[in-house]
Structure formats: structure tokens, C-alpha cells
Design a protein around this ligand. Sequence first.
Ligand code: ASP
Ligand code: MG
Length: 415
Amino acid sequence: MSKRIRIVQKYGGTSVGTPERIRAVAERIKRVHDQGHELAVVASAMSGETNRLLALGKGMSSAPSPRELDSLVSTGEQVSCALLAMALNDIGVPAVSLLGHQVRIQTDSSFGRARIQSIDVSRIERAFSERCVAVVAGFQGVDDDDNITTLGRGGSDTTGVAIAAAVRADVCEILTDVQGVYTTDPRVCPDAVKLDRISYDEMLELASLGAKVLQIRSVEFAKRYSVPVHVRSSFDDSEGTWVVPEEGSMEEILVSGVAFERDQAKVTVEGVPDSPGVAASLFVPLAEASVVIDMIVQNVGTDGHTDMTFTVAEADAASTRAIAEKVAKSVGARGVSTQSGLGKVSVVGLGMRNHAGVAARMFDVLAHEHINIRMISTSEIKISVVVDNDKVDAAVRALHSAFLGPDAKAVRESA
Ligand code: ASP
Ligand code: MG
């Protein structure tokens, strides 16, 4: 027998999408269990179920109570976990399903996007010691008042990593319907390749930039508690992508991924007085309205005035504009303009820290494709540009081939 380790496995919705798939997952779990490892499992709802429940709730009420909505949508995971525990029992693996409140996954009270505050590991530890597989419902928790809460879409990833952190697991496996984390979305760029390893920081950038494979909070948890995360397919045994603490050699790679997001809008407040407190007067009300702001650019002031431009999801453009217009009036700005139909394309890599020239190369590649850049923002390990929605695919393919394609090695060496 190989060395006994402690594993948390999280199975996504497609992996438990049908009774047959649940049986296949049970067989996979049995193989790990039979090797003597300590194993806890987190399951998502069967694919499509969370959407179905949300639609059901929204059909019942035009403004469903967030508390009741969480109570409703959390049931998807109750079903998949109970079915998985049954399937395990049927093949001789002792298993017990546990809901968020039964483990006691304590969260705050932000329904629909609750944050995990603590996890009581005693019930899961008991299962380990009894060689029983704890099958924990993903996505849900319980607040101080015993209300059921949910962690936001994709939240089962966070349940998985948080449990792995709490029980000090050797690895958290995220079992999904793709082979791992790719250099970009293979549906847009057929040359995309699976990454073997990636650092938490790069994964955080990729996750927040629209690569949907892991919920951002799960990566934050993994980083904070140094949980090695292995994103891999639940359909075969091939190695996936390890998301791990930074390693020295990682800095040699200039760009590890190209991420993108469509359907963005840009909002400009024009002629804002260039004085203290003006940015706060705009962004505080937007934050209070829970509008997620992405890039923010403030122009250099001229004549005591400046322009302030920021981006939001296109779906939030109308409500954002309404708030911005109110603020513009009250601070004496000239007006508000919006532009939708935009997308964002970003290159991410630790190597950018020490290498100049990545931005220049990126802009050059886009110029070659006649793609107009509407906004630019950078962080230590990322450069993002806003372009028109219909140019996103071309930009992704051109940047992928420049930085990650077969010819990219020359670029790396010259940079
Ligand atoms: N079932 C939830 C969702 O679809 C949580 C998850 O699958 O991670 O968002
Ligand atoms: Mg997911």
C-alpha cells in the first residue's frame, strides 16, 4: 500500500449529473478508500439543478426572500449527497451524507454569497476514524441564527478547499468535466494546452478574469492555508493541473494563461471636479448597491476637472448609469456616458514581475490584428485590455499564439 494520506475530493455537477455518473463516482471513491487513504467528499448539485431551483423560486415570487431562496437552492446538494452515499453503501463503502449545518459549516449571514467563518471538523474526523466516507454537501452553510446560507455560484469548490484546510488534508482534488486548467479556453483557441502546475496568485488572476474552473474564494482559501489543489477530470485517471504555492522556476514563464470576459460595459463620468472625496462619492453608492466594479481609470485633471471611467458587467450597466447620473448631478460633473458591447482580454504570468516588454509585445500583437484597445490596466502579474466584444476571440488567439504558441519560446528568450 502507498503511504496513507488524507484527501478531500470535490465532485462538480456534471460528475454527479445522472444516476450512472453517481455510480461511476462511487467506484472512483471506492478505489481511493480501498487503498486505505482517509477520504472526505464534497458534492455539487446534479448539473442544471441549481439553475432549475433558482428559476422555480423566481417563478414563485418576483422578489423572493434571500433567506428562502438559499433554503431552496441548497436542496440540490442534499439530493446529490444522499444519492452518492447510497451508491457508496451499495458497493460496500461505509458513507454518510452531511449537510452544512450537520457538519457545522459556519458562515456569515450574506444570503446567496455567504462567507465561511469556521468549520467544526469533529464529525468529519469521526468519519475518518471509522473508515467511513463523509459526503458533505457543497455550496451551503449555516449562520449564527441557524439559517441556511449558500456561498455563491460555484461555491462547492470553496466548501471543498475549506474542508481540506480545516482537516489539514494533503490534497484537495477538484474533479470536473475538463482535464484541468488550460492556458486559455480551448473552445476559443484550439491550441490551448493544459497546465501542469500553476501558482495560487496566477490562478487567482485567471479565476477572477473569467476562467470558470474554480470559484475565486476557493483559491483564496487554498492560498491562505497552503492547500495543494489538484484540478482533474472525474472521467479518467489522468493528471490534471496542480494549483500550488509559488515555486522558483515558475518565474521563468512569462505568460501562463490568457483569460477573457465578454459582455462588459464602460461608464465615464465626465468633467468631475478634481477635488478630494469625489471618487468616494461615486464608488461608495455603487458598492452599497452591490455593483461589482472592475477597472477604474481617472484621467489627469485639466482646469480643475477630470474624467473617471470604470467598467462593469453589461447586465449592471443600466443600474450603474442611474447611480452615476445621480452622483454626477450632486458633485457638479458634466455628464455620464456609457458604452456596452465590450470585452476584456488579459495575459497572466509570474514572469512579468522581472521582465519588461510583455505589455509592449501585447500591444504590438493587438495592433497587428487591427484591434483597438479601449482601456488598459495592469497588476504585478497581469495586463488587461478592454476591446470590442466581437474582437475578443481574435485577441485571445493572437495573444495565445504570441505568448504560448509554438513560436513563443523565441519571444520568451528575447524578452
Ligand atoms: N450547485 C452550485 C452552483 O451551481 C454550487 C456548485 O456547483 O459549486 O453554483
Ligand atoms: Mg464549478
